[in-house]
Design a binder for this molecule. Structure first.
Ligand code: GDP
Length: 193
């Protein structure tokens, strides 16, 4: 739909109606070094930096336009806190979406992802948080330690959605954000009215 000034869109009946904006809190979880900050940066600016020092609480925003709704993502990065296993419930609280990220070239990060999933499941109300399992660094094909099938079957067992990405190449990153946006819209659109 074409957008018209004032955040409204012109519909086929010639009338313009305001576009609803939903605020979406999305948290990133996973072992240190799996590429959470790199994914967040890609979501934010669609660029990749080889060194991303994470100091303090990283927080980025990104607006995603769907056909009849605008989602304003607030993307929370652990900012290195995961190293000390000190992520507080505040971090998860009110999250509409959670990405649990592992590195396909580091098996222990996949094992650790399962611990993060358990942790997350203690905090969220089923049905109110979209949880997505993300296998990052697929560009490291030679060093792969976790197969696509393993990722997919973990996701299937837990009723999660699953995507493999490369934050380095930007592979499947925008697609992931868009897919999360659609799913979140389905889940929370009704709640936020
Ligand atoms: P975080 O600790 O989970 O936030 O991880 P970072 O985003 O800081 O990334 C850790 C390291 O992995 C950095 O050196 C990144 O450049 C690198 N990295 C992140 N994503 C990818 C990817 O998709 N492919 C490759 N090859 N390296 C990546």
């Amino acid at each position: 739909l074409p957008r018209v000034p004032g955040g409204a869109r012109l519909h086929s009946d010639g009338l313009s109606r305001p576009v609803q904006t939903l605020r979406v809190k999305m948290v990133l979880l996973g072992s240190s070094g799996v590429g959470k900050s790199s994914l967040a940066l890609r979501f934010d600016k669609d660029e990749f930096r080889s060194t991303t020092p994470t100091v303090g609480c990283a927080y980025l925003t990104r607006v995603v336009h769907l056909s009849d709704v605008t989602l304003r993502f607030e993307i929370w990065d652990t900012a290195g806190q995961e190293k000390y296993h000190s992520i507080t419930p505040l971090y998860y609280r009110g999250a509409h979406a959670a990405l649990v990220v592992y590195d396909v070239s580091q098996r222990e990060t996949f094992v650790r992802a399962q611990v993060w999933l358990k942790e997350l499941e203690k905090q969220y109300i089923p049905g109110s948080t979209v949880i997505w399992l993300v296998g990052n660094k697929v560009d490291r094909a030679q060093d792969r330690q976790v197969s696509v099938q393993e990722g997919q079957s973990l996701a299937n067992d837990r009723g999660l959605l699953f995507t493999e990405t490369s934050a380095l190449l930007g592979d499947q990153v925008c697609e992931l954000l868009l897919a999360v946006a659609h799913r979140v819209h389905e889940c929370i659109g009704a709640q936020q009215g």
